[in-house]
Structure formats: structure tokens, C-alpha cells
Design a protein around this ligand. Structure first.
Ligand SMILES: N[C@H](CCC[C@H](N)C(=O)O)C(=O)O
Length: 281
């Protein structure tokens, strides 16, 4: 079947949006990999498939990493979906159902979209971790020898998807391509993890580079920015209102008084196209 798509990005996090509200589309791993590769499709980090709303949501969104796995959350992708829907004529708040829970988009003006990413979870079983760890602000992780400044005691958080955050003096001092896969697939993370190197600049500013589960080093990761912000606040390193600077640009994160994480940033349209998906339902 021929499927129209919209190539977008969120601070350089490459996103393909497919509007399947009128024509149900269930991707599978092969289709996600086909779309995600520049050899066979537009290429992207994640694919967001918009479906009709249910159980009180306006739309549902299926989220796929380019590696072919369906995942629970994608902050940058959610902003791209919202920008697409606003352009398609929706207005006001948009409640999106995802595997990681319901999230709510709103138009913040000036080309910015705010996503209420919901409430973070910090329990070891919520991340999840392979063993009981009481204090998830700093877990002990045995990491093999790496020729770079040592990494230790990451914080972990689940913001719809699993994240591990290493607090470093210089986020540029590490070869993410080398250490990323080691950490993503560490046996402590039974569902693997998104890995961030976070450098606290001041109480309202953090710099980071991210190795994403199932996508590798990306220009930006919205859920990582959320996980970093709440973890930094939990450790007393920053306020609950921060700017997280990713290689592709800044995201504003507010962990508000009712425990919801509000992420604000841009979404960019690039081009539209069509792709032949044989076998997709
Ligand atoms: N790689 C992530 C999904 C996409 C997250 C990222 N692109 C974002 O903007 O949140 C995972 O496997 O959980």
C-alpha cells in the first residue's frame, strides 16, 4: 500500500509523521526499518503514526524507533504530531494516547509547542531495573573499562520510557558511539535505556548529549530532556524550571507543582512524500 508521510524534526531529532486517522495503519518492525532508513525511505529516528482517538483522547499515536521497535514515548515526535494537527485544522489542547500514557499538547505560540508529558516515575520496577534499588537518584552500575573520564552512579527515571542520566563535567569528553551501546544494553536495564550525559551549567541550565535506545546518538531527545530535568531537581542540582541544551537546540522543561513535566520547544516541517509499504496492515 502507498502511504503518505510528512518528514519533520524536533530540534534535529528526525521524525516521520503518518496520519492514519482515516485509514488504519499498523506498522511492523520491517515497515518501521524501511521508513527509518535513508536507503529505503525518508530516513528518521522515530516514526509517529497518528490514529483515531479513543478512551477520551483526541488521537492515538503509535511510536516506532528506526530500529523497528515500538516504544512508549517520544517528546520531539509528540511536538511534531501536534504541529501537524494544528496545521491540519485542530485547535486548543490535543490529548494524545501513547503506550506510555496520555500526553497533552498545546500551542505555546511563536512556533513553540508545549507537551504535558505526564508524571515521572522513579521506582526501580517502574524504570525498570533488573534488581531492587531503593535510591534511584544514584544507582551503582558496573561499567567495563572505557578510555574516557569515568562514568558512575547514574540517575534513572521513567518518563513514559526508560532513561539513565550520567552527571559529567564535560558532555563532549565521551565517545557516545562507543559507550552508548554498552550502556543502552546494560543488564541492569531489562527494557534497555536511553542514555544521557548531563552537564549542569547552573541551577536553571543543563547541557546534554543523548544516546537513544533503538536510534543511537540523536540531535535531540525530548524525553531525555524531561528525565534529566526531573532527575537534576531530585538531586538538588537545579531548580524545577530549566533549559536543557541538546546538540540540536534548547528545550524548556518545567516540572510543575502537580508533578507534571511540561516540555516546550519547536517542531519543523521539512517535506511530504509517499512510501510503498507491502504487508503493512
Ligand atoms: N529512543 C526513545 C524513543 C524516542 C525518544 C526521543 N526521540 C524523544 O524525543 O523523546 C526510546 O526508545 O524510548
Amino acid at each position: 500500500m502507498t502511504v503518505p508521510f510528512h518528514k519533520m524534526n524536533g530540534l534535529g531529532n528526525e521524525i516521520v509523521v503518518i496520519d492514519a486517522r482515516d485509514n488504519a495503519l499498523a506498522l511492523d518492525a520491517d515497515a518501521a526499518r524501511l521508513i527509518g532508513s535513508t536507503e529505503t525511505g525518508p530516513g528518521c529516528d522515530q516514526i509517529m503514526v497518528i490514529g483515531p482517538g479513543r478512551d477520551g483522547t483526541d488521537v492515538t499515536t503509535a511510536i516506532w524507533n528506526k530500529s523497528g521497535e515500538e516504544v512508549e514515548a517520544c517528546g520531539n515526535g509528540a511536538r511534531c504530531v501536534a504541529a501537524y494537527l494544528y496545521k491540519a485544522g485542530l485547535s486548543g489542547d490535543i490529548r494524545m494516547g501513547t503506550l506510555g500514557g496520555d500526553i497533552v499538547a498545546s500551542d505555546a505560540g511563536n512556533g513553540q509547542i508545549t507537551i504535558d508529558m505526564g508524571v515521572p516515575r522513579f521506582g526501580w520496577q517502574d524504570i525498570p531495573l533488573a534488581e531492587e534499588i531503593r535510591d534511584t537518584r544514584a544507582i551503582e552500575l558496573q561499567i567495563g573499562p572505557i578510555d574516557a573520564p569515568i562514568l558512575h552512579s547514574p540517575s534513572v527515571a521513567n518518563v513514559g520510557n526508560p532513561h539513565a542520566i550520567f552527571w559529567v563535567k564535560d558532555a563532549d569528553a565521551y565517545d557516545l558511539e562507543k559507550i552508548g551501546p554498552l550502556l543502552e544494553n546494560h543488564p541492569m536495564f531489562p527494557e534497555r535505556a536511553n542514555i544521557s550525559l548531563a552537564q549542569v551549567i547552573d541551577r536553571n541550565t543543563i547541557r546534554t548529549r543523548v544516546w537513544e535506545r533503538g536510534a543511537g546518538a540523536t540531535r535531540a531527545c525530548g524525553t531525555a530532556a524531561c528525565a534529566i530535568a526531573v532527575s537534576a531537581a531530585r538531586k538538588g542540582l537545579t531548580e524545577r524550571d530549566v533549559t536543557v541544551h541538546l546538540p540540536g537546540g534548547p528545550l524548556h522543561i518545567l516540572w510543575n507543582d502537580d508533578d507534571h513535566i511540561m516540555m516546550t520547544g519547536p517542531a519543523e516541517f521539512e517535506f511530504d512524500g509517499e512510501i510503498e509499504l507491502s504487508g503493512a496492515a
